[in-house]
Design a protein around this ligand. Structure first.
Ligand code: FMN
Length: 210
């Protein structure tokens, strides 16, 4: 059983990483392998909507997106962490998540557990949390919750450790994700049948006819 954690902050050892490390340690205590990936300070290209991935099954930009995508095939859960940048996820985290989910087949994420974690100095945490959770809720991923919204506050790792409620929120999140992963494995149920695919764009062609 394995959970992938992605640090979407450019600061490799900052506050977001500290929150993810607390979660990873707790997951390991629960017997779940935890693997942290760092987006780092190098630019992560955004989705250019070229459609390459719909044919190739992977993004043409061969970077960490494709690496994490392959890892997800053998993972049970995904946790994305981001620093809050102007009340949103970092540019890198947004580009990463856009491309990870857009370039992946639905089966890669379906009924795997998702959670997001955000770190801010002062404000914009819940907006960012909502933004990141939307990747999961369009991908049939049950979102794991904790005893508060998954946020820590600070500018340094020391600040994060001093945010005792934030630390506890991360620990409870890890325990809940481990519990749900084990519960799913114990149940060992086949995934539900899906209704036939339907795509309805909100374009009324008849309105443009002469
Ligand atoms: C470009 C930029 C924008 C930021 N915007 C916000 C913000 O809107 N609200 C906030 O509380 N902190 C903001 N911060 C501060 C960071 O979110 C905060 O210090 C965070 O805990 C840093 O996490 P990290 O160490 O993982 O990068 C911003 C920082 C940067 C670099």
């Amino acid at each position: 059983m394995k959970v992938i954690l992605v640090n979407g902050s450019p600061r490799a050892n900052g506050c977001t990483y500290t929150a993810l490390k607390i979660i990873a340690e707790r997951l390991e205590q629960n017997g779940i392998e935890a693997k942290i990936f760092q987006l780092g300070a190098k630019p992560i290209g955004g989705c250019v909507a070229c459609g390459y991935c719909s044919k190739a099954g992977k993004c043409f930009q061969n970077d960490l997106v494709n690496e994490v995508a392959s890892e997800m095939d053998t993972a049970d859960g995904l946790i994305i962490g981001s620093a809050v940048h102007y009340a949103s996820a970092s540019g890198s985290a947004t580009s990463f998540m856009d491309r990870l989910f857009y370039s992946s087949p639905a089966s890669r994420f379906r009924m795997k557990f998702g959670a997001s974690v955000v770190s801010c100095r002062r404000g914009g945490a819940t907006a960012t949390f909502d933004q990141l959770n939307k990747y999961f809720t369009i991908s049939q991923m049950p979102v794991v919750s904790s005893c508060y919204w998954n946020m820590v506050h600070g500018f340094t790792p020391q600040d994060v450790y001093a945010d005792k409620e934030g630390v506890r929120t991360m620990q409870v999140l890890a325990d809940n994700m481990a519990y749900l992963i084990k519960m799913k494995a114990a149940a060992d149920l086949p995934l539900p049948e899906q209704p036939p695919r339907a795509v309805t764009n909100f374009v009324r062609a008849d309105l443009y006819e002469e």
